[in-house]
Design a protein around this ligand. Sequence first.
Ligand SMILES: [Zn+2]
Length: 221
Amino acid sequence: MTPQEILRQTRQLIEEHAAGDPDNWWYANRFVFARLQLDERKTKTSIKRELFDANKPCHYCGKPFETKYNVHLHRLDQTKGYNKDNCALMHAECHQQCHSESKIKEIAVIEEKEAILVKRSKKHDELSFFYWWDISPSCADSLDKFDMVEFVKNDSGERCIVPPADLKGFLTEDRQTSRSKGPWGVKVLKDHKDELAFEPGTGKTGKYLFLPVIWINEQED
Ligand SMILES: [Zn+2]
């Protein structure tokens, strides 16, 4: 069975269990989600302990760790998972620094038919916004190839997931900006932290449109 098939069947089982009751659906969906996430965390914890016990210094600054607290696990190859060979330890601050320096702004992960477009943004400290992702016209054209689009905050590792269909509703011609290739601008405004804000672009209304999102954090502690 492929991972895609497992996901499809799991969704179907949750639908059946819920039998049209949104509360039952929410509880079952959250239960499965949280337990699977916990399984992943257990793997991370054992790798972390092993690396820590080997007395390796911080992979970023080279200094040893003074305590077990505020030590993060970092994947060396971000397209690969958590295993001992692909992981290193970093001070929490070093880990944040390392991710905020990351030059990669967009990566596409296509594995086993589960296709994720990952958009990354460093933290800005402008007057009105914290994060800013551009969606180029060619990127917008390729959205149908993906099952989901993930917007990532490089500094904190927080991410939100948006179905391409939801995103496309906001990418209308009048909201394209006049910047070089006419991308759409997506931001997190300081006074709208739990929403993606779509720039007005050249549109006449001059108003942002908002899409509520849930930020999840996969970083270790
Ligand atoms: Zn360090």
